[in-house]
Design a protein around this ligand. Sequence first.
Ligand code: PLP
Length: 384
Amino acid sequence: MSMRAFAEIDLAALRSNVAKIRERAGASRVMAVVKADAYGHGLIPCARASISGGAQWLGVALLEEAIAIRSAGIKARTIAWLVPPKSDLDVAIREDIDLSIASREHLLDVITSGRKVGVVPRVHLEIDTGMSRGGVLKDFKELVAALKSASDRSQIEVVGVWSHFARADEPGEPMSIDQLAKYREALDFLLVSGLDVKMQHMANSAAIFNDSLTSIARFDMVRGGIATYGLSPDVKLMGASNSLGLKPVMTLKAQLQLVKEVPAGASVGYGGTHTLKRDTKLGVVAMGYADGIPRASDNRAGVFVGGKRAPITGRVSMDQFVVDLGSESSAKSGDLVTVFGDGSTGEYTADDWAAASGSINYEIVTRIGPRVPRIHLHHESDHS
Ligand SMILES: *Cc1c(COP(=O)(O)O)cnc(C)c1O
C-alpha cells in the first residue's frame, strides 16, 4: 500500500466511546450512527466494532448503506431514515431494514412493497418537533390514522417513533425543551390512538452529552453519531473530546513529498497569498483538497513532525499543501507526518482543522476522500 496518505482508525477507541455512550444512556438502548461511511471512518469495521462495544442498533441515512451492512453479514437491527418513495423498497424490506416514514405516500409505497415481498415492513414514524427538516408536521394525525389502520391489518409493524434535535448542543436552550414537549404531545396522541409503539428515540450525541438533556431525552434508545468517533458535538459549548470522556478515533497521516530551504521574501502557493518573512524550510505534504483537506484552511492547522507543529503556509492545492517547518527542522523528504490525531502528543486535532477552515469536526472527518485508505487497528480479535 502507498504510504502517501492514510487514516488510522482505532477501533479500540471506538469501542470505548460506545461504552461511554452506553454509560450516558443508562437503561436505554444505543444506536450507533454509521451513515456516510461511518463519518469517514469505514462503514463495516466501525459497524462491527460498535456492536462489539455494546450498541444494539445501527443507524444509516441511505438504503445502500444499510444494504452494505447486510451484505457484510451483519444482522443487527438497522434503520435507514433517508429512503425516499420510489426507492427499491422491496430490497429494503427483504433485507430486514427498518424504514422511517413521514408521509402517507411513503407509507403506501412501503405497504405495497411489503405485500409484494411477503414480509411485514417495520417502520418508525418521524415527527417534526421544530427543526423543519425531516418528519411529519401538519399531516401528523392523518398519518397516525393511516399507520394505525395499516398496523391493524398487519400490513406494517410500527416499531418506533422518533424526532431530531436542532440545538441540543446549547446548554439550557429553550428550543430543546420545546421540542421535547412537542414530542411528548405526539406520544400522548399515539397512546390515545391505540397505536402501541415500543421504541421512542430522539437523542443525538449532543443530547446524550448535554447534562441538561441527557436524562429527559434518552427515552428507549439514543442515537450516537459523532461521539462514537470520539469527537465533541460542539467544542465551544460542550468542551473537546477529553472533557466528555471520548477518544478521537481517526489519525490522519501523510508523507512529506519534499523538504527544501526557501529564502525570505518568497511567496508560497497559488495567488501568492503568503510571503515568507525569514529563511525557512518548507515541507510539501502529499495531500490536498481532493483528499478532503479543506481549501479554506488557514495557519491554525498544519502537520505534526519531529515533535513540533508546522503550520500551513499559502493555499491548499488539489493534491498537496505546504507547511512551514522552520529553519532548524530536521524533517526529510519521505517522512511521515500527522495531519491530525487525538492531540495527546501535541498534534493538531480535527477540532483544530475545523477552527482553521470555518467548519466543524463532523465535516473534517467525513470529507476525507476515497483516495485515502483507512487502516483499521485493534480489531477485537487482535488483543494488541
Ligand atoms: C446523523 C444523525 C444522528 C447522529 O447525530 P450526531 O450529532 O452525530 O450524534 C442521529 N440521528 C439522526 C436522525 C441523524 O441523521
